[in-house]
Design a protein around this ligand. Structure first.
Ligand SMILES: *Cc1c(COP(=O)(O)O)cnc(C)c1O
Length: 454
């Protein structure tokens, strides 16, 4: 028999509970603050915005394990469990003694991990009799996830899509429209927040921060409508822990345990998903695994931002989050990894980084595409430009292992495939892409505009 390449679980092995790291953290995140009173937010404050079931998960720092509802498990079965794969061909190409594994979240019908939380969010909305939801989308993955999830649960969806992606990634728009969503390019004239930005800067290509402002505004002004968010928040990370919980069982099947776990980082959800279930064994002292969150060099909130209270959106509609940020008005360069163009980071991951329980690294755009192409040529899967950042970091770890001669077990999350991102690869192959450097002065200038809140 040859070597085992894929570690597969069966439907009955799908985890029945999500892992709530909030209950386990040595230092819990500081509270989220009401932007007006600067007092800690209460659950009631969030009810107008989010389904109650999700608000309770957001605030729950007591229960380590949260039951996954039966209806959500049923939908997970369409594509879960996701395979864990040993990247033998990539190892060979790198001539490394390291063992490289990846969790393949690209097998979901939308091509990324985002459906894991979209299904849960649509379920809790449906439970509470909500008929309409709004959201924003960057590269389009979150919008497609919500479009499919709301279609499955019978809810209407309006999506504000960052303008540059709306233009660069028309196929994701078609996918959302196929699943019945109403898609609007952001900034748009349909909201006060959008009109203000367009008036001040008519050529603005949009950002996640702006699109969030628009989606929140529409949700707040529409009856029986809630807003949904695809990353950053605690409940989103909670739902994504299904990734790491499956991977934990699969690494056991492989007879190994990761020395380093890697995820690309936009707002933190897929990184949280692959990491948190393994991190819990560091908390108990059983393990000393390293965890690396990988961001683009052009949007370096973890490696070069500051830890401070900031808004989650551009217009300042959201509560204040204690997080690593580049400032809510930071306009990142138009790199193709649209899902990583966000100014801030989730509060849990931010606290973990502050406490040195995880690490952060940044990758230049050209290095991410080089890694993506090598991965496609060796493992056969076109990675999403976002996921290519995790691959680049995994390759760096494998190269370091070669230099030191130490065997090392590397696990990264393949958050999605790049079959709808081929325009970006086209530009890379044609030599039309570049790196973006950001000076300390630019970062300082942006961050210094942040009001010192506490
Ligand atoms: C959205 C997205 C990301 C970034 O979001 P996180 O919340 O940080 O995971 C990464 N990879 C893919 C494929 C995505 O769609």
């Amino acid at each position: 028999m040859g070597k085992i390449k894929k570690f597969l679980l069966t439907e009955k092995d799908i985890p029945k509970k999500w892992y709530n790291i909030l209950a386990d953290m040595p230092n819990k995140p500081m509270p989220i603050l009401h932007p007006g009173t600067k007092q800690p937010i209460k659950a009631e404050d969030l009810y107008p915005l989010f389904a109650k079931g999700l608000v309770h998960q957001e605030m729950n720092d007591k229960d380590v394990w949260i039951d996954i509802p039966e209806e959500v498990l049923e939908k997970y079965k369409i594509y879960r469990p996701a395979p864990l794969v040993r990247a033998y061909s990539l190892e060979k190409a790198l001539d490394t003694p390291a063992h490289i594994y990846f969790k393949n979240e690209s097998v979901s019908p939308i091509g990324s991990h985002k459906l894991n939380t979209a299904l849960a969010q649509a379920y809790y909305c449906k439970q509470e009799g909500i008929t309409n939801v709004t959201t924003e989308t960057g590269a389009g993955q979150w919008g497609t996830a919500m479009a499919l999830a709301t279609k499955m649960f019978g809810i209407e969806l309006a999506v504000y899509m960052v303008k540059i992606s709306y233009e660069q990634k028309p196929y994701r728009r078609s996918l959302m429209q196929t699943w019945g969503a109403h898609v609007v390019a952001s900034p748009s004239m349909s909201t006060k927040a959008g009109r203000k930005i367009i008036t001040e800067n008519p050529n603005y290509q949009g950002s996640l921060g702006t699109a969030i402002s628009e989606a929140i505004e529409l949700a707040m002004s529409t009856p029986n409508c809630k807003y949904t968010l695809g990353s950053v928040l605690n409940h989103v990370s909670l739902h994504q822990t299904i990734i790491g919980l499956e991977a934990e069982k699969q690494m056991e099947m492989a007879g190994e345990y990761p020395d380093v776990v890697i995820g690309c980082f936009g707002g933190g959800s897929n990184f949280a998903g692959i990491s948190f279930p393994f991190l819990r064994h560091n908390f108990t002292g059983e393990r000393k695994t390293r965890f690396v969150a990988v961001e683009p060099s052009s949007c370096p909130k973890l490696t070069r931002g500051i830890f401070q209270y900031d808004f989650g959106d551009e217009a300042g509609y959201t509560p204040l989050f204690p997080m690593f940020t580049l400032g809510h008005n930071f306009a990142p360069a138009h790199i193709h990894a649209g899902g990583l163009r966000y100014h801030g980071a989730g509060t849990i991951v931010s606290q973990l980084l502050k406490d040195n329980l995880i690490e952060a690294a940044s990758i230049q755009q050209l290095d991410s595409f080089e890694a993506g192409v090598l991965f496609a040529q060796t493992e056969g899967i076109m990675p999403a430009p976002e996921s290519a950042h995790a691959i680049a970091a995994a390759i760096n770890e494998a190269k370091a292992a070669k230099e030191s001669g130490e065997p090392k077990v590397i696990l990264f999350n393949l958050s999605g495939h790049g079959m709808v991102d081929m325009a970006a690869y086209d530009q890379y192959l044609a030599g039309d892409l570049s790196n973006y450097s950001l000076s300390d002065e630019e970062i300082k200038a942006n961050v210094s505009q942040l009001e010192q809140i506490v």
